[in-house]
Design a protein around this ligand. Structure first.
Ligand code: PEP
Ligand code: MN
Length: 337
């Protein structure tokens, strides 16, 4: 249920209602909107819960949340959420561009890339230190050494760091270095991991599982929000279909659909979404046209020699060209980029 407070409700009224919600055995999430404050009351409701809350001081109305995901839903928070972490702003009229290699390979590689993508307009740096690879024989990432190289790149350029965490055991370690913890497609339904990152102060980039429905993605986000971490971005990175021309199928309708259902920002990953470098610039521009709040793009100084995902990675020149193209689309839509 949502306890919608009156426009002029005082802090005391809000606090009072939070306590009442919790006394009823429900979890409370206070969402401060521009217009008014609402309190999402989550959990099994008992008889007369609604009536009991409705009579509280400063309460305008109590309405049920129809969606199965609650805190993530637009019903609870009609205005879009903007993520702001270091150099990276995503959503509510600002397009964030996170760029960098699939894997951190060396200090020179990541710093060189950070400088190049920053010069071209990226606002966040991605790079995998813990890699979830399909084959156990593929490069698994530099682990903590990779995180140190990412921290050095942030030191050098000021770019916010986005990197994946693959296990609950590593959450504390990765959050010490990263600004944004990426939950990869393979772990979207690793509920213990979602709860663990929900208990950090880090921003989370949650990628859609290759076989997950949008509702499952939103319920996965709900696991994080339910632990009290409101800093969540969703990422459409393509799904598995019968089509084999592309590595995955990238459904850009997800942008508009998700923005209708949730206030959380939506980031598009055209690199994994297509699996081919030559398709990335067009799909990045198309994502911007569709209203995406952010892009995450794989960029490497020498994609041919990359230790992972080189075939879908842009070199520096291709990244610059992609940014130029996206900027034109963003300008037409009056979106900051
Ligand atoms: C990645 O970002 O390099 C990655 C492994 O992505 P995904 O989880 O979408 O496959
Ligand atoms: Mn990759």
């Amino acid at each position: 249920m949502i306890v919608v407070m009156q426009k002029d409700a005082s802090q005391e009224h809000i606090q009072h209602m939070v306590e009442r919600v919790e006394k009823l055995g429900l979890k409370s999430h206070v969402i401060n909107g521009t217009e008014r404050t609402v309190i999402a009351a989550i959990g099994e409701k008992r008889e007369y819960t609604r009536e009991s809350l409705e009579s509280g001081p400063g309460v305008a109305e109590v309405v049920p949340i129809l969606a199965p995901y609650k805190v993530a839903s637009r019903e609870v928070k009609p205005e879009p959420t903007q993520i702001q972490v270091g150099s990276l702003t995503v959503g509510a009229g600002t397009l964030g561009v996170i760029a960098g290699p699939c894997s951190v390979e060396s200090e020179t590689q990541i710093i060189e890339t950070a400088k190049a993508v920053k010069a071209a307009g990226a606002t966040g740096l991605r790079g995998g230190a813990f890699k979830p690879r399909t084959s156990p024989y593929s490069f698994q990432g530099l682990k903590e050494q990779g995180l140190k190289f990412l921290a050095a790149a942030r030191e050098e350029t000021g770019l916010a760091i986005v990197t994946e965490v693959v296990s609950t055991d590593d959450v504390e370690l990765v959050s010490r270095y990263a600004d944004v913890l990426q939950i990869g497609a393979r772990n979207m339904q690793n509920y213990r991991l979602l709860e663990a990152v929900g208990n950090t102060n880090s921003t989370i980039l949650l990628k859609r599982g290759a076989s997950a429905t949008i509702e499952e993605l939103l319920l996965a986000a709900e696991y994080i929000l339910n632990e009290g971490n409101p800093q969540v971005m969703l990422c459409e990175r393509g799904i598995r279909t019968f089509e084999s021309h592309t590595r995955f199928t990238l459904p850009l309708a997800s942008v508009a659909y998700l923005q209708n259902k949730t206030h959380l920002p939506v980031v598009i990953d055209p690199s994994h979404g297509t699996g081919h470098t030559y398709l990335v610039p067009s799909m990045a521009a198309a994502a911007v046209a569709a209203g995406a709040d952010g892009l995450i793009l794989e960029v490497h100084p020498d994609p041919e020699c990359a230790l992972s995902d080189g075939y879908q990675t842009l070199d520096f020149t291709q990244f610059e060209e992609t940014m130029d193209r996206c900027r034109k689309v963003a300008a037409a839509l009056e979106v900051n980029l």
